[in-house]
Design a protein around this ligand. Structure first.
Ligand SMILES: *Cc1c(COP(=O)(O)O)cnc(C)c1O
Length: 443
């Protein structure tokens, strides 16, 4: 029998079967050598010569892996709709097209076509935000944390902002309202107690150093039991009697009511505007379902004051954000957002549909279709779950299988519950891709 090592192909023979023109030539040669060395070690161990095709495939796989960007697509099977670690809101097709159109060419970002001269980047977005929220004016910044920081810095530096002790919250990722207030140079004037704050408490705190009353939506925890809080309209009328503005950090910025989907009511932007709040701040990539952004809406004079403030320039959104945000808002203004905005498609997904999809997964992957719970997430609606139908796969080592799923391309992120892997169809955006990818690991 001939020397088994001599049956291995030469580097050049592998190269002739590889898409060398797509990659750095030296790197391909290097990987061929690495793969051949691995083959030699296997021959030494068991005497078996791998087929040439297997070696070619291994080099291809290694090349593909090296070319994957670290920030890349994943399949979210967790059932958490606004998953901050997984990039929050996925965008609609229309938003993607809008981004692509301005990304790969020049655009009207700061150009007025009619006048043939410089225009304003805000002009593309303000009117549509105003249409959808019924506010007088709007401004977009990098994210909601920036919006809050900007509003406090521009309107309340070295002066007092009155806020309830129940609203001195931490949002996550280290965003703590008292710290942001301090950083902006605002003097925090806490009133009430952790569980109860009354209108009186605000009134007694107002003095000639007061710049504003602030409300922060408790977006990621619930206060239950012996509690009392001031309704927004009452807070606004008190503030306005004293010629003070109300700043409202709404967090999620829902434009639609969540109650029809069996969830608690999440305060909407329109409600704050109807209550005559002076400035409302919310995220673009939570319940709005758009790109990362901080949206500030409210009274024109105050929005203009923020627009003129020097810090605003450092917080401004880029053209991709503005394009995606305008396209997302258009779904609310001109279409049915439940059918077009992915976050709302997921929230409104019908149980029989989820059941049908989970059954499809089952026929390809095995396991059992059981009742499960999806979450809205993203610091919205704490403790609120949406009933779902999910695929449960019982395997002997769920952690190991979950880890292998994370190494697929695209990676699949699943939940483990009672030693079973849980796949929730609600947040899986492409069933075919999910089944294909998961099949590589399961069976
Ligand atoms: C999420 C949230 C923020 C931070 O918003 P980002 O867009 O993540 O910066 C601030 N305040 C509240 C109440 C929130 O829920």
């Amino acid at each position: 029998m001939s020397n088994p090592y001599r049956q291995l192909p030469a580097v050049n023979q592998l190269l002739s079967q590889l898409p060398v023109e797509e990659y750095n030539h030296e790197r391909v040669v290097e990987l061929c050598r690495v793969v051949l060395e691995g083959a030699r070690q296997r021959i030494a161990a068991n005497g078996i010569v791998p087929p040439e095709q297997a070696l070619v495939d291994e080099v291809k796989m290694r090349l593909a892996l090296e070319h994957e960007l670290s920030l890349r697509q994943v399949i979210n099977a967790t059932g958490v709709i606004i998953h901050t670690n997984l990039g929050r809101a996925p965008l609609s097709q229309a938003a993607l097209r809008a981004m692509q159109a301005v990304a790969g060419d020049y655009s009207t970002l700061e150009y007025d076509l009619q006048a043939g001269q410089r225009g304003h980047r805000d002009s593309h977005i303000e009117s549509i935000i105003v249409d959808v929220t019924e506010a007088e004016a709007a401004l977009v910044v990098n994210n909601n944390a920036a919006a809050v920081y900007l509003a406090l810095s521009a309107l309340a530096k070295d002066r007092e902002v009155v806020i309830s002790r129940s609203e001195l919250v931490e949002i996550g990722g280290g965003f703590r309202i008292p710290d942001v207030m301090q950083q902006s140079g605002t003097i925090l004037r806490e009133v009430g107690t952790t569980n109860r704050t009354r209108l009186d408490d605000y009134e007694q705190a107002i003095n000639d150093q007061t710049a504003a009353l602030m409300r922060v939506h408790a977006s990621n925890f619930k206060l239950i039991g012996f509690t009392e809080r001031v309704e927004l309209p009452d807070m606004v009328s008190l503030a306005h009697q004293h010629n003070l503005p109300v700043l409202d950090d709404l967090g999620s910025g829902a434009l639609l009511d969540t109650a029809p989907f069996g969830l608690e009511h999440e305060p909407t932007v329109q409600e704050s505007i109807a209550a005559e709040v002076d400035l409302v701040m919310f995220s673009g990539d939570k319940l709005l379902g758009g790109p990362q952004a901080g949206i500030i809406v409210g009274k024109r004079s105050m929005v203009e004051q923020l627009r003129q403030f020097p810090l605003t320039r450092a917080l401004r959104p880029d053209k991709l954000c503005l394009a995606a945000l305008a396209a997302t808002l258009r779904h609310y203004r001109d279409e049915d957002p439940l059918a077009t905005v992915p976050v709302w498609q997921m929230i409104s997904a019908a149980l029989p549909d989820l059941e049908r999809r989970a059954k499809n997964y089952q026929s390809a992957l095995g396991g059992e279709v059981i009742n499960g719970e999806s979450m809205v997430g993203g610091g919205s609606l704490p403790g609120n779950a949406l009933p779902s139908r999910v695929l449960a796969l019982t395997v002997s080592n769920p952690d190991e299988v979950a880890s292998r799923l994370r190494q697929q391309s695209p990676p699949v992120i699943a939940r483990i519950q009672n030693d079973a892997l849980i796949f929730d169809p609600r947040t899986i955006l492409n069933d075919e891709l999910f089944v294909q990818t998961t099949k590589q690991v399961i069976r």
